[in-house]
Structures are given as C-alpha cells and as structure tokens.
Design a protein around this ligand. Structure first.
Ligand code: HEM
Length: 359
C-alpha cells in the first residue's frame, strides 16, 4: 500500500472510530508454534461456527416459524430460491462435522495434556461450548416441521420428562403446552436463532480469552520457556480466511451433489412413525433401551451427568504436570476404556436401528 492509500485508510478507520479496535488487534500476539496446520482443529471449529451462523441467517429470510407454514417455507427455499438447497445442505453438514471436530479437538487437548495448569479454564470453557451444540441441534431439528423432526422431538421430550423433580417442568417450559405444537415451534425457533447463538458467542469469547491469557500449549517436544511470538494480524487471520474459503467451497460442493434430505410434512396423528436416532445419540439410545422403566434415569441423567462432570473436573482431578501421553499410561487407559464403551454402545444402537435386514 502506498503512503497516500495508507493515510486514506487510516483516516477512514479514524472516522469510523475503528482505529482503537485495529490498534488493539495489531497489538495481539500468538505463539508461532501454535500456527502449524496440525493444531488447527480449534480454528476449523471456529470457521464451521461462522459458516453455520451465515447459512442459518440466509435461511431465516425465507423460513416461517408456524406449523402450517414452516414445512412449505423450507420446501420453497429448497426448490425455488437460488442456492437454497446448497445453503441448507451446508448448514446441515456443518453441524455434523462440528460435532466430530469438537470430539477430535477435545481428544487432542486430552492426549497432549493441554487441559493441565495453567489451561484448566481453557478446557472448562471448551466443555461448556461443547454442551451448547446439542441444544442447537435439538431445537433446529424441529424447525422444518417434517415427520423426523416432529417425532424426534416427541421422543426427546419423553426422555427429558424422565428427569426426576424438574423433568415435567422442563418439558412444559420447552413445549409451552401438553403437546409439541405452535408454541413449541416458536420457542425452539427463538432458542435456535437468538438465545443459543448469544450463549455460544459469549462462551467462545470466554474460551478465547482464557486461551489468549494462558497461551496455547508448547509442542510436547518443545521447551515452554523459549517460545517465539508473532502478531495475530495477519498471521492467524490469514489462515482463518484460507480455512473459511476451503471449508465453504468443499461443503458447498458436497451439499450441491448430495443435498440434505427433507422428509414428509409432520403428521401429529401418525403415531406409527418411529424416528431413527441421529448418529451422535446412538449410545444414549442404547442406554435408554438397557435401563428401562424406573431405571431410565440412570441412562438419561446419571451416566451422562457423571461423564460430563468427570470431563469438567478432569484438570482439577489430574494435577500432575506431566503432559506426555506415554508417561500418562493410566489416564490413557481409562480414557480408552470410556471411548470403547461409548463406541460399543453406539455400534449396538446402530445395529438395532439400522442394521436389521429388510424383508
Ligand atoms: C466451537 C467450539 C470450539 C472452538 C471454536 C474452539 C477454538 C479453539 C482454538 C482456535 C484453539 C487454539 C488452537 C487449537 O488448539 O486448535 C483452542 C484451543 C483449546 N481448546 Fe478449544 N474450541 C472449541 C471447543 C473446545 C472443546 C469442546 C474443548 C474441550 C473441552 C476445548 C478445549 C481446548 C483446549 C484445552 C485448548 C488449548 C490447546 C493447547 O493449548 O494445546 N475447546 N480452541
């Protein structure tokens, strides 16, 4: 940029009162060893969140949150709006990939001991981010008002009502009546497009705040004391932009070739419809099939609650400074057993729901 252009852009920033923000961003520094491509699961998750927000915002231009109109508005956007099918597909693929990516991001942080001091709060804030994503999926599932979304919500509210003491209250609060209806759709819509995005953005800012304050962990073979820093602008931002372009193009192409399916319109009288569980809740589904009747609370509250509690408390339970996975064999073994049990339950759930041969 020549001098005249630089002066012009600085004047513009000053007039827009943005120069303070730019100066602050220019002052930020990140560790150079955090910029390698094998440490980009977090950045990729960020890019997916942005893409989810953008594609979701586009869809709200056409979506109408009322039972009589929701399905038709989605159908119209799919087949009559340019790129409608692609945008809906990108939205749908993005949350599936985000779930996988958060699992990988968490696993990497666990294997490399990145949850240990001084990064305990980076880990804890990350777990809270992860807990918000299923709420997005559950509320979003109902919005197209198709058979799958409607009856999956029915199953989920049944599961929520099994929570002792507060279950029925929670269901009433979510449903806004005795059945999944117009108030439920309005509430899920507001949660999905206003409330949850605000919560997610705040939690991601908190995650980044702690990350910036404590710094990304040094490579396992590296020396924590001698680490070079580079400016955040443009080093990291350039990579985020490259990732954003790559992810958008890839998902756009995938969604163009394989659009996300839209089932038949919801029919609340069709009680014979049995929704298939999503891949990420197969283990919970299997647990619910094992612990039935009065024991259901073990599957719906006790086991998931204990697992989440254990993950949140991990940095405070495991206080040893050792980060190398080969010198934390017990930890690795416990995690491998938990992962194997979850995987085993998911496979059993899959076979139960999808694996039976058709007559
Ligand atoms: C939308 C969700 C999330 C976003 C956008 C995000 C973003 C990021 C970014 C950009 C980094 C720095 C680079 C990297 O290590 O990849 C990071 C680091 C970290 N994140 Fe996340 N994160 C998310 C979810 C999570 C979850 C679910 C956890 C696990 C509990 C977590 C725990 C951590 C930890 C411990 C670090 C530090 C890694 C290190 O120092 O080596 N994050 N996150």
């Amino acid at each position: 940029m020549n001098n005249i252009n630089r002066k012009r852009s600085e004047k513009l920033l000053e007039q827009l009162a943005l120069n303070g923000i730019i100066a602050w961003l220019r002052g930020l520094e990140v560790h150079r060893d955090g910029l390698t491509w094998n440490r980009f699961s977090g950045s990729l998750a960020l890019v997916l969140v942005v893409l989810l927000f953008l594609s979701g915002a586009f869809m709200t231009f056409y979506y109408s949150p009322a039972p009589g109109a929701a399905y038709d508005s989605v159908d119209y956007a799919l087949f009559s709006v340019p790129f409608g099918e692609m945008i809906r597909g990108v939205h749908s693929y993005a949350w599936n990939i985000l779930l996988v990516l958060m699992g990988l991001h968490l696993s990497r942080a666990f294997i490399c001991g990145a949850y240990k001091a001084p990064r305990q709060l980076v880990w804890v804030s990350g777990v809270f981010v992860m807990l918000v994503v299923p709420a997005f999926i559950i509320t979003g599932d109902l919005l197209p008002w198709d058979q799958k979304g409607y009856w999956s919500t029915h199953v989920r509210t049944g599961i929520i009502s099994s929570v002792p003491l507060i279950g029925d209250f929670l269901v009433r609060l979510l449903q806004g009546g005795p059945l999944t209806g117009i108030v439920t759709l309005t509430r899920f819509y507001v949660l999905h497009v206003i409330f949850l995005p605000i919560v997610l953005v705040i939690l991601i800012i908190v995650h980044f705040h702690f990350l910036y304050q404590r710094g990304i962990s040094a490579p396992l073979s590296g020396d924590d004391a001698v680490r070079e820093k580079v400016p955040f602008l443009p080093n990291l931002v350039n990579r985020w932009l490259v990732l954003f372009l790559l992810v958008t193009l890839t998902l756009g192409l995938i969604a163009w070739i394989w659009p996300a399916p839209l089932g038949n319109p919801a029919d609340p009288t069709d009680t014979s419809y049995l929704p298939k569980p999503e891949w990420w809740v197969l283990f919970l589904n299997k647990l619910v099939a094992i612990f039935t009747g009065s024991l259901m609370v073990i599957a719906t509250v006790i086991i998931p609650g204990a697992l989440v509690g254990l993950i949140i408390a991990l940095p405070f339970l495991d206080r040893s400074p050792e980060r190398h996975p080969t010198r934390r064999k017990k930890m690795m073994l416990v995690a491998a057993i938990i992962a194997a049990v979850l995987m085993g339950l998911s496979i059993m759930g899959y076979i139960e729901h999808f694996g039976t041969p058709h007559p």
